[in-house]
Design a binder for this molecule. Structure first.
Ligand SMILES: N[C@@H](CCC(=O)N[C@@H](CS)C(=O)NCC(=O)O)C(=O)O
Length: 220
């Protein structure tokens, strides 16, 4: 039996945050898709993690990450780490125009990529630089192996520019140290192995992904 089951859609997006943490922890897991209406555990939306050591479930990405981080010794600075996870969830919310409530149009995309998205990039650039990361080396908070904070930034920014490569120049321009950090984390053996299982250019899926790609193609 595996250590965990990750219940999520077959897409990177929120799933990669949890997958990166599981991979770094050296844990084994399988994946399933679960209808909340058919589960005893009360929750509204995947991801859901089942820990087979305890038989317990947990939903909400930040809670799952802090649980895995605590259990597997992946947390270097708890409050700052949780803060970065919350930032990342905000970025996902914004790039999907509020869980796909609206599709992107050119004006909204220009405003987002001209202001809000580069500001997020700059904020995380500043966090990385202030906490010991350089373009050539280092992880946040001076640790030797990536902690949950580094994994979170990689799951956010590396996954975004890997699956939506039209955004890489914006990240490179606004956050040169951050992009080097997330590329470094993504290249580590545990994470690279996991990423090799996800070769498709798939990001968040659904109509919102089609809308995102239409904006990037128009800008190319
Ligand atoms: N706040 C939740 C959001 C979960 C969420 O929105 N999941 C999406 C997929 S990424 C979903 O399954 N949405 C369907 C729904 O909300 O019914 C978390 O961070 O885990």
């Amino acid at each position: 039996m595996t250590d965990y089951t990750l219940h999520y859609w077959p897409i990177p997006f929120r799933g990669h945050f949890i997958r990166f943490a599981l991979a770094q922890a050296g844990a084994s897991w399988d994946e399933a898709m679960t209808d909340p209406a058919e589960t005893e555990y009360p929750f509204l939306a995947q991801p859901l993690l089942t820990d087979h050591a305890t038989g317990r479930h947990l939903s909400q990405t930040p809670a799952i990450l802090m649980y895995l981080g605590g259990k597997h010794g992946l947390i270097a600075a708890p409050n700052e780490t949780l803060r970065l996870i919350c930032d990342a969830m905000d970025v996902l919310y914004e790039i999907t125009r509020y869980h796909g409530a609206q599709m992107w149009d050119r004006m909204a995309w220009a405003a987002f990529t001209g202001d809000r998205l580069p500001r997020w990039m700059s904020v995380h650039e500043s966090v990385a630089v202030a906490n010991g990361v350089t373009p050539d080396q280092g992880f946040l908070f001076g640790v030797d192996t990536p902690s949950l904070a580094d994994l979170t930034l990689a799951a956010l920014w590396h996954t975004m520019v890997d699956k939506l490569p039209g955004l890489r120049p914006l990240l490179q321009h606004n956050a040169p140290t951050l992009v080097a950090l997330v590329d470094r984390v993504a290249a580590r053996a545990e994470i690279a192995r996991l990423r090799a299982d996800w070769p498709e250019p798939l990001y968040c899926g659904g109509q919102i992904e089609a809308s995102l790609r239409a904006m990037l193609e128009a800008a190319a």
